[in-house]
Design a protein around this ligand. Structure first.
Ligand code: ADP
Length: 273
């Protein structure tokens, strides 16, 4: 009998770990968003898997950020913005009257394009959320949460001796990781990232990308990115948005190597956008 030895294949794109229905964090159906009379999203339906990084790609103005903001009701604070459709987080209606929006935004944290630390110390930036949400039992517990969150955000080693310096004294990349630590500190289920690396240099970008792969072990991540290379590097699933609709969603590898829709093909090969 001949034994055929096969070399383990190094995956070129990261594989999705989830296929079953109970592995879905967000179910979104027929989500339509208007800003005044203008329709920005038209009947968008998408599932967000647990422990995956889901990338939202597409040309500017196609509704990616609008969709992201629906997930933790950040659109509520935009005057004239109306959202319809169904958005369920672990089966709970995000737009139900009974939904506590402050609590929702702790469960579904957000990291923005430009790092936005509070004008407080590094320690206080991370401690703020657990304090206002009553998560910390006492000072020792709070210290533990701050240290663990900074550690998970890959920042502890760089800041442990300067926790009482202002968050704004850090470099751009460190500030972005501080914002990630701040989101983690309130024990979220999902982290939304809206172009989190577009203000960062390539080294800081690489650190955040590495971090995303570690964070998805515990959280679902949804990232809006203009960089198709970044989407291919960090995500397991990709959704291609165009003119307010989702054209195609699939495993990242399929979207980038074998897209079904002609518009996806044209976008990923740089024919428009
Ligand atoms: P993307 O993230 O894909 O660049 P956006 O979600 O930011 O797209 O925008 C989708 C559409 O909604 C665009 O036409 C944009 O001009 C419009 N839009 C976004 N935010 C607002 C707002 N606060 N007020 C009015 N129109 C908006």
């Amino acid at each position: 009998m001949t034994m055929i030895q096969t070399q383990p294949q190094e995956p070129t794109l990261r594989e999705s770990r989830n296929t079953s229905e109970d592995a879905v964090t967000f179910v979104t159906r027929d989500v339509t968003v208007h800003y005044g009379a203008k329709k920005a999203l038209d009947n968008v339906s998408l599932d967000i898997n647990k422990n995956d990084v889901t990338a939202l790609i597409g040309p500017s103005g196609c509704g990616k950020s609008t969709y992201l903001r629906c997930l933790n009701r950040m659109n509520d604070i935009i005057p004239g913005c109306r959202v319809s459709g169904r958005i369920l987080l672990d089966g709970e209606d995000v737009y139900a009257k009974s939904m506590d929006v402050v609590h929702l935004r702790a469960r579904v944290g957000m990291v923005f394009q430009k790092p936005n630390p509070f004008p407080k110390s590094i320690y206080e930036n991370v401690a703020y959320g657990p304090r206002i949400h009553g998560i910390a039992r006492d000072r020792a517990h709070l210290d533990g949460i701050v240290f663990t969150s900074l550690e998970k955000a890959g920042l502890l080693g760089e800041v442990k001796d300067r926790l009482h310096e202002p968050g704004t004294s850090l470099s751009g990349g460190q500030q972005q990781r501080l914002c990630i630590a701040r989101a983690i500190a309130v024990q979220p289920e999902v982290i939304l990232m809206d172009e989190p690396c577009s203000a960062l240099d390539p080294i800081a970008t690489a650190k955040i990308e590495e971090l995303m792969d570690e964070l998805r072990i515990n959280y679902s991540i949804v990232i809006v990115t203009h960089s198709m290379q970044q989407a291919a590097r960090v995500s397991q699933r990709t959704s291609f948005f165009h003119l307010g609709v989702i054209v195609e969603t699939g495993e990242t590898e399929q979207i980038f190597t074998n897209p079904i829709d002609r518009r996806t093909q044209d976008y990923i090969t740089g024919r428009f956008g």
